[in-house]
Design a protein around this ligand. Structure first.
Ligand code: GLC
Length: 553
């Protein structure tokens, strides 16, 4: 821990201002060469993250899993899946990260397990009414012979939210609940045994030295009593961000779980933190997840979902600072992750594209990559000037667009299969990273294998190409992270400035930040000295889709 203390002394609550880089282990770096990234791959590339200048990494799940939902279906919460390596590989990755001053957050998936988890297998064998079934949500079906599901809920990935089992005697039996795929049965969080098991899982990873947890589906663990019927509106965002009063999202009793976990983390030194993945309709509600005795951070999905519009963007930033501030929590900022269309593509969308739909070969009106990249760079240049903690998703520092042409036969996301190809799902943001322009699989590994095909034009985005180019997106991210640290922008507050209806503008100390989201260049104040810009330009006017940090004499 010695190196870590240089960047934040214990008690300093590092997570309030940290820049946290999401690693999607399947697609980061593949040391074994089997086409799927792994923990030794991550360890081998840590220097690049140190050079980038992030404070922490969050790893999507690498625990034992049949990989029906890319690892978000965990069969053993206390071991590493052989695809990704071993516990010893994990320990080494953790040690090497800490040695570089980088904290490590792991993903915890408490809403559901894999159907291959020993508890679920026991539940299937044990039969109705057993304590083994009581760890999950089993119910008798409706209809004369229980042939209809217990209610009308629809899975996030499409289709029904219930699966019927065959009992040990071969007869059609009870149904179990799964918000996601049928291979992901939901736990019953009213069950004391489930609560105790997860306290113990938290301790398992805390004892190994992790700095915190990203908590998967932190808004779904408790369901409304009686499981009343509910049908979402058509075209709703699949993770539930759009609607109030959904009986399986955002129930009050989830907060008791987090209060309990807060105490477990507080038993440990070193400022361990919880970050919730909770898709909620308002910031006011989102802020409930980070009251002082609950989680430390929660993802700001209303910010992520905001379109490229000056008023909407200004409003969501204001409201974020107000609502999180009101409960004494830092706001977080995030533009991309493994569940949404990459922001270098999303910000140029011209059609509706609800979360989970994705983009594929048959999507009409594909976003313009050039406009998308300019907006993405401008959006990030604005984001990294905001007070609070920021999340980056692997590959955005290269300006990677969504992979929009993945052929059907390579698709892996359960969304694609459960909607019979109606929704492409999330594969387009999960494609393995390009490291070297001229290497097999662009340096993702040495064999050239890749679990999702990499677009052939990705050499241009490879890290080695961008490293040599002062105008590349990678160079911009490095500059931004260094300047953010130098100015202490993660902490403190901002002063709003008025630059017209097409701009978002504020001041951080002596540094003014202005983003042009309109359709015409904007005049910068006379005497403005540009400190940093999201893309090169000459002259005194700020081009469209551009953000600058500047000072005045
Ligand atoms: C979260 C994850 C997503 C996963 C889902 C089910 O939303 O981010 O990738 O599919 O949970 O575990």
């Amino acid at each position: 821990m010695a190196q870590l203390e240089q960047i934040a002394a214990p008690g300093s609550e590092w997570w309030r201002s940290a820049v946290i880089y999401q690693i999607y282990p399947r697609s980061f770096a593949d040391a074994s060469g089997d086409g799927i990234g792994d923990l030794p791959g991550i360890t081998s590339r840590l220097d690049s993250l140190k050079e980038l200048g992030v404070d922490a990494i969050w790893l999507s799940p690498f625990m034992t899993s049949p990989q029906r939902d890319a690892g978000y279906d965990v069969a053993d919460y206390r071991d590493v899946d052989p695809l990704f390596g071993t516990l010893a590989d994990f320990d080494r990755m953790l040690e090497e990260s800490h040695a570089r001053g980088i904290r490590v957050i792991v993903d915890l998936v408490p809403n559901h397990s894999s159907d291959q988890h020993v508890w679920f297998q026991e539940a299937l064998k044990a039969g109705p009414g057993s304590p083994e079934r009581a760890r999950y949500v089993f119910r008798d079906g409706r209809g004369k012979n229980g042939e209809l599901p217990p209610n009308n809920w629809e899975s996030v990935f499409g289709g029904g939210m219930w699966e019927r089992v065959t009992e040990a005697d071969g007869t059609p039996g009870q149904w179990y609940l799964h918000i996601f795929d049928a291979t992901q049965p939901d736990f019953d969080w009213t069950n004391e045994e489930v609560k105790e098991e997860f306290r113990s899982i938290l301790r398992f990873w805390l004892d190994r030295g992790v700095d915190g947890f990203r908590v998967d589906v932190a808004h779904g663990m408790v369901k409304e009593a009686g499981l009343p019927d509910y049908a979402p509106v058509a075209d709703a965002d699949s993770m539930g961000g759009g609607e109030e009063n959904v009986p399986y999202w955002g129930q009050d009793a989830v907060h008791d779980i987090y209060r309990d976990w807060h105490k477990v983390l507080a038993e440990y030194d070193g400022d361990r933190a919880l970050c919730g993945e909770a898709w909620l309709p308002t910031l006011k509600k989102t802020a409930l997840w980070v009251r002082p005795d609950e989680m430390h951070q929660t993802f700001n999905f209303p910010y992520l979902m905001t379109p490229w519009d000056a008023k909407a963007l200004g409003d969501v930033i204001r409201e974020s600072l107000d609502e999180f501030g009101a409960v004494g929590a830092p706001s977080t900022w995030v533009l991309s992750n493994h569940d949404v269309v990459r922001h270098a593509t999303r910000l140029a969308l011209t059609d509706e594209n609800p979360q989970g739909e994705g983009i594929g070969p048959n999507t009409p009106n594909k976003p313009d990559t050039k406009i998308g990249l300019a907006r993405a760079r401008a959006a990030t240049t604005l984001m990294l000037a905001l007070p609070g903690s920021a999340y980056l998703y692997q590959g955005e520092e290269l300006g990677l667009p969504e992979a929009m042409e993945i052929p059907d036969e390579f698709r892996q996301d359960p969304t694609w299969f459960r909607t019979n190809g109606e929704r492409y799902g999330r594969d387009g943001c999960r494609v393995p990273l390009p490291w070297e322009a001229d290497a097999p699989a662009f340096g993702f590994n040495e064999t050239g294998l890749s679990w999702l095909p990499q677009p052939s034009d990705w050499a241009a985005y490879s890290r080695d190409t961008e490293e040599g180019d002062p105008l590349s997106t990678l160079s911009l991210y490095k500059e931004l992270l260094a300047a953010r640290r130098e100015h202490g922008f993660g902490a403190g507050s901002l002063v709003w400035e008025d630059a017209g209806k097409d701009a978002v503008a504020f001041r951080r100390g002596d540094v003014h930040v202005i983003a042009n989201l309109g359709t015409k260049p904007l005049a910068l104040p006379a005497g403005a000295t540009v400190v940093l810009k999201s893309q090169p330009f000459g002259g005194a006017d700020l081009p469209v889709d551009t953000t600058v940090w500047y000072t005045t004499a």
